[in-house]
Design a protein around this ligand. Sequence first.
Ligand SMILES: [Zn+2]
Ligand SMILES: [Zn+2]
Length: 146
Amino acid sequence: MKCPACFNELKVLQVGNLSVDACQGGCGGIWFDAFELQRVDDAQEEAGERLLDIQRDPRIVVDPARKRDCPRCADIKLKRHFFSAKRQIEVDQCPNCGGYWLDAGELDKIRAEKTETAAQENAPHSISSEMIRYLYRLKIGEQKTM
Ligand SMILES: [Zn+2]
Ligand SMILES: [Zn+2]
């Protein structure tokens, strides 16, 4: 398979029980088949760690404005869209096979965004239980001084 961004030959990278196609020594992008990305997009998923630092050639600069071809499907262009409702990261996805192309550094951003979202979702609970304990201690303290 050829890299859709810089036309280098993609190399198969095995991470855990997942194999992805990475542009190693090229632009550093990664191709994920449908449903593969979901298995490494969470920072808690260790397998993804190895995909954050793909060896790349710094002289290769990719043009994000150029339409890219799906490396799997003939004559299908990848569509650029936001990865999540937070609209911070744009990714390329094939409308035919459902695979994702991530440029170098995009997986890192996706994982960071997920961690951030998870932290925000958990925060109100931990703050309120902390608050209850704090108020409870205040109350105990008051009783002791009385
Ligand atoms: Zn490339
Ligand atoms: Zn495709």
